[in-house]
Design a protein around this ligand. Sequence first.
Ligand code: COA
Length: 195
Amino acid sequence: MATSHVYKLSAYPKEVPLRDGASAVLKPMTPEDADALLHFFLRVPPDERYYLKEDVTSPKVIQQWAAQLDYDRALPLLAWVDGRIVANGTLHRTRAGARRHVGEVRIVVDPEYRNQGLGTTIIRELAAIANENGLERLLYQAVAGREDIAIKAAEAVGFVRVGVLPSHAKDLDGHLRDIVLLEMPLGDWFKWWGF
Ligand SMILES: CC(C)(COP(=O)(O)OP(=O)(O)OC[C@H]1O[C@@H](n2cnc3c(N)ncnc32)[C@H](O)[C@@H]1OP(=O)(O)O)[C@@H](O)C(=O)NCCC(=O)NCCS
């Protein structure tokens, strides 16, 4: 069982409402979740998976994540409905050095469970965990023209655009796309947003 020396995670498992009246349960990933997580990623359309940072359909990659779970480096918060993973949000951070006050959030929701508020709920949860545990800024990256809904979801939670990395992503056909960088200061800013 993975533990955290940095984050207080006693609030989990936590039930959260979906817009259709059902609910999901949020829990940090455990090593036993590897198969369910692989099946979750296989339900994400290939043209979306392509833009994620890792090859999430490789059983080897997922088994490695599960075997080396270190919440203080990458905290995967999974949403479960009826024994199935329907979303995965991750909070990444480095523990030492000049960037130790900055985290990064990534999020993927099962296509069948989108537009139910789950994406924004998980981004908010991860931001709250980061805020309560001393992180000062959060970063979020999305591919322009491919992950525009992800940009809207982050903006809805309080992230603001701070820059663009021109041509930092390449489509399968070689077409270049910009990466949009968004960030959210924590602390007072986070409180003003009403969390
Ligand atoms: C981005 C993503 C996580 C959003 O998840 P979600 O659970 O559908 O998000 P929510 O239901 O909380 O909606 C958040 C906001 O996104 C926007 N949005 C969601 N679905 C939308 C749609 N079909 N069309 C347009 N905007 C949409 C809306 O602004 C919405 O806010 P609102 O409902 O208050 O208007 C999901 O689309 C996804 O997994 N995409 C593929 C992976 C990805 O791009 N990840 C980003 C890399 S970090």
